[in-house]
Design a binder for this molecule. Sequence first.
Ligand SMILES: Cc1cc2nc3c(=O)[nH]c(=O)nc-3n(C[C@H](O)[C@H](O)[C@H](O)COP(=O)(O)OP(=O)(O)OC[C@H]3O[C@@H](n4cnc5c(N)ncnc54)[C@H](O)[C@@H]3O)c2cc1C
Length: 349
Amino acid sequence: MQHVYDVTIIGGGPAGLYSAFYSGLRGLKTKLIESQSQLGGKVLLYPEKLIWDIGGHPPVLGEQFVKQLIEQAKTFDPTILTDTKVDLIERQNDVFIIHTAAGEKHYSKTVLLAVGGGIINPQKLTLEGAEKYEMSNLHYTVQSYKRFVDKDIMISGGGNAAIDWAVELSPIAKSVTLVYRKENLSAHEATVQEALDAGVNIECNTTITKLSANADKTAIQLVTCENTKTQQSYTRQIDEVIVSHGYNREASLAFDEAIAIPKKDDYYFEGKATGETAQPGIFAAGDILSFEGKIHLLLGTFQDAANAVNSIKTYLEPTAYRHGMVSSHNELFKEKNRSIIEKQLVQAD
Ligand SMILES: Cc1cc2nc3c(=O)[nH]c(=O)nc-3n(C[C@H](O)[C@H](O)[C@H](O)COP(=O)(O)OP(=O)(O)OC[C@H]3O[C@@H](n4cnc5c(N)ncnc54)[C@H](O)[C@@H]3O)c2cc1C
């Protein structure tokens, strides 16, 4: 039988990564399991966005923030598995058996659910053959602004992400046209005004109906759109197409009959601010958790993670310190501090 971990964290987004750090801090033997090939969760959807609202942190690019989270998560050497989707959690006496889609089993005294809104994939454009342009100029996220410099860009979508991209790309692009199938955009009105002020051409009641390839059939060259009210079409030369139609969420996680955790709706688990759920031994943190006053933002994930890990610690060791501890009180940090100071002294020589 495999090693039984103190805690197995399911999900490698901000909540799971910070939980991995914090559980190391609390001396717990930790495993983290992530379904995607990359750690970072939803922040991977906005690598080029500057994040402003993390307490005490200067504005940081999503991509850089993910790197820092991963580095921090590895501080106490947890076991980290990627490309591993958990599909069932079962309880046998005092041990949870975590089953993966590939048929593996992992054993743990506690489970920390940090699965966000489930496994997230962008809603694809439903035009035949569209997928062949995904390797060239059809995008579902903006990975690098460089690619869009001096380009004619078409964005399909009317939500906040679509408008944010339009606003951010318009100063560097040749032109930005945003098409949306409905009468009114669903994005916040202040950002819509910002987009208009930035010169974004917004066309409502409009959908993309055809993508036509360039001569060597490797990339989109022409985009045909139709006005859903007048049924009139136009075709335009476009260099880059960005589709922002929201995300499909796969809430694949199931529990055996002995485990019952109330859900708020299809996705969110009802729990407490302490990270406890109705099932002893199963805890939750981050976007998946619902309680009064919950903040569904990065800063909320960190507080949830610390609370859940502290609850796990006292679940496993009832006499352990219950509350958050400052890092200077941690023996493990004393060792780490010593090695960092020694390194600095060597560099100074
Ligand atoms: C476009 C956008 C912009 C945002 N901007 C900001 C911002 O500026 N500031 C801010 O504070 N917040 C922002 N947020 C919100 C922030 O990203 C989320 O609050 C945060 O990512 C939640 O972290 P999480 O770890 O709880 O969930 P997630 O980030 O969703 O991570 C959950 C992880 O669990 C994995 N997972 C799910 N199911 C399984 C399974 N069965 N097995 C294994 N792994 C599984 C998923 O693959 C995913 O990696 C933004 C969100 C979006 C979408």
